[in-house]
Design a protein around this ligand. Structure first.
Ligand code: ZN
Length: 290
């Protein structure tokens, strides 16, 4: 994928120098209480005395909303990792361009998500983000979270190398943001308690793959030979079963929520063929025809 020199998004937060403080559950409650009474100054006083033996360092007040505290640590990215960081900011920028255009075409306005690049663990609007979960989108705060270490896993453990495979992962998560803006995520979330909820989750995921394909279509002029195959390979390799066996060491089929590898590749391909936001209805057709 040709990406160097292209526009970088300004919606990327570098949280790689912030780390979760251990044992923040009870500490969090206390800090919220104290924080409410004394404000930020109180927090810093607490931080200074190292309550409960935890040296807090500098607290990020925003982190309190996520149910955990973070502190600043010294962090020096390798040149390779910094290039990866630059790469994802370009990819995010390209999604902003594509979706602004597509939303406008159907008479709507696009508001971009933020991409938070973190390491290991990080408080989010959807609970504590953990690198072992892989990249994810949180509808509650409209942020995408990624630990760039996932790309090493994608290449080495899922055997899906290549920059376009990496870009596809971001494009899929932005697809979830598009679904959120269109109200589709809310409709699916409302079905959470139904016994056949997983089917709706699969429909949602395949649509996100479709939307990633739409993004790819709009980026065709930047593609290198083999890029589409890289994305297809990634779609094939990062099914629920693969992620589950990696993160929990076992596979629980009843919890599958993303569709089969074949389905994921096919819906990505449909988006790539169409290039249109309004052509990927995965909710209309019977489930066994998806
Ligand atoms: Zn997804």
């Amino acid at each position: 994928m040709k990406w160097k020199g292209r526009r970088q998004s300004t919606n990327v937060d570098d949280a790689r120098g912030k780390t979760m403080v251990a044992g923040t559950a009870s500490l969090g409650l206390l800090l919220r209480f104290v924080g409410g009474r004394w404000g930020l100054k109180g927090l810093l006083v607490l931080a200074g005395i190292g309550i409960l033996g935890v040296q807090l360092g500098l607290l990020d007040p925003a982190a309190l909303m996520g149910g955990g505290q973070v502190k600043e640590v010294e962090y020096q990215a390798s040149a390779e990792e910094q290039e990866q960081f630059d790469f994802v900011t370009v990819v995010l920028g390209s999604t902003e361009d594509v979706w602004a255009e597509e939303f406008q075409r159907v008479g709507q306005q696009y508001t971009a998500p933020r991409l938070v690049v973190y390491r290991s663990q990080y408080p989010t609007g959807c609970g504590v983000g953990d690198a072992r979960m892989g990249p994810f989108y949180c509808p509650a705060d409209q942020n995408i979270y990624i630990d760039l270490g996932f790309y090493t896993a994608l290449e080495e453990e899922f055997d899906a190398p290549g920059d376009f495979a990496q870009a596809y992962v971001i494009a899929h998560e932005v697809g979830h943001h598009v679904q959120n803006l269109l109200g589709i995520s809310d409709q699916v979330a409302a079905l959470r308690n139904r016994p056949d909820y997983n089917e709706y989750s699969v429909r949602l995921e395949l649509q996100a793959d479709y939307l990633a394909g739409v993004w790819a279509k709009h980026n065709q002029r930047y593609l290198d030979r083999g890029d589409i195959e890289e994305a297809m390979r990634a779609a094939n390799q990062i099914g629920d079963d693969a992620i589950q066996s990696r993160t929990q060491g076992r596979i629980t089929p009843h919890a599958f929520t993303h569709g089969t590898s074949e389905q994921r590749m096919r819906w990505f391909g449909r988006g790539l063929q169409s290039g249109r936001i309004d052509d990927g209805d995965t909710f209309e057709m019977p489930y066994n025809k998806l």
